[in-house]
Design a binder for this molecule. Structure first.
Ligand code: ADP
Ligand code: ZN
Length: 746
């Protein structure tokens, strides 16, 4: 393996061995270091090593990570002679990463074609970043035979005695020596480092705190999951059930069963916003809240939770996708709620799908995985059909609550008044709902006031200078803003193209505009707007949800944040302003996504006694997606989807990988894309589509071109991509992002 860039060379005692150390950085692999004998380093140990002039934290890695044949690859670097290795500086007093997690990191890297250090970073960087090192102390260790006992060293050892542990400063002062003496003893192995801060005490969930009463399909499903957990071993179960059927209730029974085996549970939610209500439910069931993990918890909590999962003090973690990389001591169960959610795909850095990688981690750890959804993805359904996944179904809502009645509103027959967006039919439905003192919700998956600003005089459209996109008006803030790069400019008063005064017109609705219309129509209603613009973070979201649950709002207007798994007992009407919105564009899964999203939104209605109603405003009511939403027959819709994707080997019946080529100059992007195109792999069951300009041909000032590799399911894309990318030299000005199993086609 390679040697790190080094500023100087060091002599190493002959007794040193060699270890490879993976650093959380985008290098191709691990680096070799000399391992001082007294450190007795083992794979998984977290160490500090010199890199150039700095010290970095890394992990002692396995010499040859054990990868499946499809993903294995050779590195062609020559080993560095032992005489030129630099020594590991210190072993840190942190729990080592176990073999299961190391293997997981290596597999995810190989699967996504990412530098392994970047995947390690998701495990390691989190607890390290910006956090003061834990307070460390020293205890005596058996004296190494070779130790030179100077009087100063003697003084230190007798001052320390058998303990208790003392910090460097404290010990140096008490013994009347300099800190260097302590460090010398530690380097020689005569002192053992220990952490002084006690671990955080996490409350223990009680599996018998408040179990639900189960019968029928719920009972059967719970029993099957409990049995899975008790038996242990890898399996994947799809827990499918309409919204409100008790999926959460049932998988909590699997959590209870896992807690009784003394093993840990990981629950992945697509969105952190969801966790507040989820936590509350968990606390009701188990007496205490679980540990939580996402990007917005503080550094201290982050560190405590990381250490707690490693030493077993944390029993249940609920988190967003990054929780997948926590160092569980004894994982026993993984649950992925809303498994169909596109949000499980990380679209920056390491491009990975947390749902799929959760299944991988379950396999490597040998533990059951539960995927829950009301509208499972076609990928998961295909795995069920092929017999790879088990399938449990909850066919009805709990407690006899009826599924909402759906009405498809043809906007050609019932158009809204000119310049407005709510048809009279929907308006009357809302009025009647408010009259009955029930809550109504309007859903439109579009932030801002209007998606397009157009000059009535010359037809000029306000576009982002850095992206292929229109600028979205945000009237409350008086700005135009790009939703891709966040470029913001003041609303102009005249057209920048033809200088006409007051000629700029807002075209189409965003939720600000719908809110304006609703305020006119229902001046007495208490309106609550929910979008990422009005809700700053999980706390504000939780507060808004609380307000709705307490009935302090009458009409809720929101973007996709309202479509999540919320339980709103007083909500009986959901109006979808533009049901056709997701159906345009080049997305392979547009139909599937629209159905999943709209079904999820619709599922917010009528979850308690009063029956719910859903009104979908559409210009294409005959579309199969609208028809399926109307009939509630998803199975047939998904069967149709499957039939459409099978012949062309589109996922899940084939494999896809996208290459996104980008450069500051359009010409450089074109040339690189063309070179990749000429070197494209070919063969039976292998096809390359493109290069073609990406739908977002310009993003943050970079020109983007796409190629798509499609193979039969039996052909792995990773070795093909490795050979392909190795065959062309694109130079430094061009970036190629590899996206395995792409979710976004922009
Ligand atoms: P889903 O996750 O499928 O949308 P939930 O688990 O949220 O369904 O259940 C819907 C509602 O019904 C929740 O308020 C839940 O507490 C309640 N519920 C479901 N099953 C039971 C049960 N067996 N006993 C009591 N309440 C239940
Ligand atoms: Zn932009």
């Amino acid at each position: 393996m390679a040697q790190p860039p080094s500023s100087h060379e060091t002599d190493i005692p002959a007794s040193s061995g060699r270890v490879s150390v993976l650093l959380p950085m985008p290098f191709a692999g691990a680096f070799d270091y000399a391992a001082p004998a007294h450190m007795a380093l083992q794979p998984g140990d977290i160490v500090s090593v010199p890199l150039g002039k700095r010290l970095e934290t890394g992990v002692v890695w396995d010499q040859a990570p054990d990868l499946p044949p499809d993903l294995a690859f050779a590195t062609d670097t020559k080993p560095v002679p032992a005489s030129r290795l630099r020594p590991v500086s210190a072993r840190l007093d942190l729990p080592p990463l176990n073999a299961e997690l190391r293997r997981f990191v290596s597999w995810v890297a190989a699967y996504t074609l990412s530098p392994p250090g970047m995947v390690l970073a998701m495990t390691l960087r989190q607890p390290m970043q910006g956090v003061p090192a834990p307070s460390m102390g020293w205890l005596p260790a058996p004296l190494p035979e070779t130790l030179r006992l100077t009087p100063a060293r003697q003084k230190v050892l007798s001052t320390l005695g058998e303990g208790p542990p003392r910090t460097t400063t404290d010990l140096a002062n008490a013994a009347g020596v300099g800190a260097a003496v302590i460090r010398g003893l530690a380097d020689a192995g005569a002192l053992r480092p220990v952490r002084l801060d006690p671990g955080h005490a996490f409350a223990t969930p009680d599996p018998d705190h408040c179990p639900p009463v189960l019968e029928g399909a719920q009972l059967e499903a719970a029993q099957a999951l409990r049995a899975n957990v008790r038996e242990g071993g890898f399996s994947v179960t799809l827990l499918e059930g309409v919204t409100g059927s008790g999926k959460t209730e049932i998988y909590q029974e699997a959590v209870a069963a896992c807690l009784k085996t003394g093993r840990q549970v990981l629950v992945l939610l697509p969105e952190i916003a969801l966790s507040a209500q989820w936590m509350e439910r968990f606390a009701r069931r188990f007496g205490v809240p679980p540990a939580i993990w996402h990007s917005e918890i503080g550094q201290k909590a982050r560190r405590q939770t990381w250490l707690g999962t490693a030493d077993g003090a944390v029993q249940v973690v609920v988190g967003a996708r990054s929780a997948l990389f926590l160092p569980f001591k004894a994982l026993g169960l993984i649950i992925v709620d809303e498994e169909h959610e596109p949000l499980f795909k990380q679209e920056e850095g390491v491009l990975y799908n947390a749902r799929d990688m959760a299944v991988l981690r379950g396999r490597l750890a040998g533990v059951p995985v539960i995927l829950a959804s009301a509208t499972p993805s076609l990928e998961t359904l295909a795995n069920v059909e092929a017999g790879r996944y088990r399938h449990l179904v909850l066919p009805t809502r709990h407690g006899g609550a009826a599924l909402p009645e759906t009405r498809l509103l043809d906007l050609r027959d019932h158009p809204p008044p000119r310049g407005l967006f709510l048809s009279p039919v929907l308006r009357d439905e809302i009025a009647a709902t408010l009259e009955r003192q029930e809550q109504a919700m309007l859903f439109l998956n579009r932030r801002g006031y209007a998606p397009l600003t157009l000059c009535r005089a010359c037809g000029h459209r306000m576009e982002c200078p850095h992206c292929t996109s229109w600028l979205v008006e945000h009237r409350a803030r008086q700005v135009l803003s790009c939703h891709y790069c966040d470029t913001t400019q003041p609303l102009p008063t005249s057209c920048p193209a033809c200088n006409a005064e007051n000629s700029l017109t807002a075209i189409g609705p965003g939720i600000e505009r719908i809110t304006e219309e609703a305020r006119e129509l229902f001046p007495d209603a208490r309106i609550l707007v929910m979008s990422s613009d009005t809700l700053g973070g999980p706390k504000a979201t939780a507060a808004a949800i609380e307000k709705i649950s307490r009935r302090e709002a009458d009409l809720i207007i929101g973007t996709q944040v309202v479509a999540k798994g919320w339980h709103f007992p007083y909500l009986t009407l959901v109006g979808v302003v533009d049901a056709d919105l997701g159906l345009g564009g080049a997305d392979l899964r547009a139909g599937e996504r629209t159905i999943q999203l709209l079904h999820q939104v619709a599922g917010r209605a009528g979850r308690a006694e009063a029956p719910g109603r859903v009104v979908l405003q559409s210009y294409m009511p005959e579309h199969p997606v609208m028809q399926a939403l109307l009939s509630g027959d998803f199975d047939s819709f998904m069967a149709q989807e499957a039939a459409q994707r099978k012949p062309g080997f589109w996922p899940p019946y084939g494999r896809l990988a996208a290459l996104v080529v980008s450069a500051a100059e359009a010409q450089a992007a074109d040339q690189a894309a063309a070179m990749l195109g000429r070197a494209a792999p070919y063969g039976e069951g292998i096809q390359v589509l493109g290069p073609a300009p990406a739908p977002l041909a310009l993003l943050r000032g970079r020109h983007r071109r796409r190629l798509l590799l499609r193979t039969r399911r039996s052909i792995a894309v990773q070795p093909i991509l490795r050979r392909w990318l190795a065959a062309v030299d694109l130079g430094r000005a061009v970036r190629v992002d590899v996206d395995i199993d792409p979710v976004s086609f922009l």
